[in-house]
Ligand binder design. Structure first.
Ligand code: NAP
Length: 333
């Protein structure tokens, strides 16, 4: 227990994906008493990625393997872990200490928190989607596109992500079907222009995916569609189905107002600090240009070092000077 803060930990990290595990590693090296809370197993999105080919130093590594290396490295420097617990609320008290509540009824307190809770791609909810995830079904073109060299694949969605990623995927695939539920794309005109001038892409309008089917090897080989106007069914022989129908950051647990963009991603300064002093955000949950393992690790590094500096400054600040925190009851995204 630290006499200056009256807390067992200096830092609580919410989420153990690449951002959280890197933050834990750096916090440990700074001798911060660190607790990592994770709902599932450490690794985050890495656990859903079969092969990683864009993490420097590893030309080709299993996502699962990289996750284990990240975790072991963080543990080596002393971070404590609690897995299988979901954080239900993060609140900052008038004493400047954060109260982090978990679904098992426990509460832990620390003067700094790094939110690395990531985001969740919106799921289609059709049969085969879960079964063939990582076996042809993907939510990340940069991660998985290279596995479809010379293949015929489908992309579902009609927004910027679906249109941009369809174009990107033609670097690898011979043919990309873009499946959209309406007769007009939501994506920006410039992206549409690029899409329509790409001879490898064919748009299938007014249609929804109703089932993803696999072959005897357990890999995707067919996408069943339904035309919403004619109600006709159609089968597309594809080996990959990329789903881009939206992505939601997991930020609903922060119970005070924290600045965020229109889509709910947390806004931070260059030190990964949010608009709430002592609360940092790193990785996919943060508003930024791209969401990669490399950027998540970089964010985690910065956030941990910034948290250490925040704690040092706090120790030399007289108590009672914390800004008043007005809880707004959080916001849903
Ligand atoms: P989005 O703009 O919300 O578009 C989602 C698309 O998926 C829409 O076309 C929607 O159809 C469709 N959709 C939603 N639910 C569906 C379902 N159950 N079945 C079939 N289709 C479904 O999402 P996003 O494309 O991921 O983009 C999110 C945000 O990121 C946007 O603000 C976007 O501008 C931004 N972004 C920008 C860029 C860029 O500028 N380069 C790239 C990526 C993302 P409807 O159109 O019929 O609603």
């Amino acid at each position: 227990m630290d006499a200056t803060t009256n807390t067992e930990y200096d830092l609580i990290i919410v989420g153990a994906g690449p951002a959280g595990l890197t933050a834990a590693l750096y916090a440990g090296r700074s001798m911060l008493r660190t607790l990592v809370l994770e709902a599932g197993m450490p690794g985050g999105e890495l656990l859903k990625t079969e092969i990683i080919e864009d993490y420097p130093g590893f030309e080709h590594i299993d996502g699962w393997d990289l996750a284990q290396r990240f975790e072991a490295h963080a543990r080596k420097f002393g971070a404590a872990f609690r897995t299988g617990v979901t954080v239900t609320a993060i609140r900052k008290g008038r004493d400047g200490i954060f109260d982090v509540e978990t679904d098992d009824g426990e509460r832990v307190r620390a003067p700094t928190v790094i939110v690395t809770s990531g985001g969740t791609p919106v799921r289609l909810g059709v049969p085969g989607e879960v079964e063939y995830a990582g076996k042809g079904v993907s939510y990340c073109a940069i991660c998985d596109g290279a596995f479809f060299k010379g293949h015929t694949i489908a992309v579902v969605g009609g927004g910027d992500a679906a249109v941009e990623e369809s174009d990107f995927l033609t670097r690898y695939a011979d043919k990309v079907y873009l499946i959209h539920r309406r007769g007009e794309l939501r994506a920006s005109k410039i992206l549409q222009q690029r899409l329509f001038s790409n001879p490898k892409i064919e748009v299938i309008w007014d249609s929804v995916a109703t089932e993803i089917q696999g072959d005897a090897q357990g890999l995707v080989h067919n996408l069943r569609l339904q035309n919403l106007k004619s109600l006709e069914q159609r089968d597309l022989a594809v080996t990959g189905v990329f789903i881009f129908i939206g992505f939601r950051p997991n930020t609903g647990i922060v119970e005070a107002h924290v600045d965020h963009d229109d889509m709910g991603y947390l806004l931070t300064d260059a030190n990964m600090e949010t608009s709430l002093a002592g609360l940092f955000a790193a990785g996919d949950v943060r508003a930024q240009l791209t969401r990669q393992v490399t950027t998540a690790a970089g964010d985690g590094t910065t956030a941990a070092i910034a948290a250490e500096k925040y704690l040092s400054a706090r120790r030399s600040t007289p108590p009672g000077l914390e800004p008043e925190i007005i809880a707004t009851g959080g916001y849903a995204v």
